[in-house]
Design a protein around this ligand. Structure first.
Ligand SMILES: [Zn+2]
Length: 109
């Protein structure tokens, strides 16, 4: 049985939860500006990728709160769970983005 750590309740069995699809899908700012194909893409098209994937889950038979899960879709290993609005945890094994050093202000004589 898969165990999922609810950010609010702790470790619980999978049967207490419901899957909610891909996480971090934002609603278009102006839906009326979209044509039918773009609106259909927003509603139905998802990445469905193999490997680390960010998903929404709800603790249906617990606190009933939504949260995000970083789960490997091929092994079902859960790397992290986090509250909605919290910073995204890093994907294990992925290269971290390189930060550009700040440009120094040149000293004027
Ligand atoms: Zn919960």
């Amino acid at each position: 049985m898969l165990l999922i750590r609810c950010p609010y309740c702790g470790l619980r069995p999978e049967v207490e939860f419901s899957y909610g699809g891909e996480a971090h899908i934002s609603r278009p700012e102006d839906p009326n500006a979209l044509n039918d194909e773009e609106w259909g893409d927003f509603l139905f098209m998802r990445a469905n990728q193999k490997g680390a994937f960010r998903e929404r889950w709800v603790h249906t038979h617990g606190c009933r709160r939504w949260f995000n899960v970083l789960r490997d879709t091929s092994s079902h290993e859960i790397h992290a769970t986090y509250e909605v609005g919290a910073p995204k945890p890093d994907v294990p094994g992925a290269a971290k983005p390189v930060r550009k050093p700040r440009a120094r202000k040149s000293a004027k004589p």
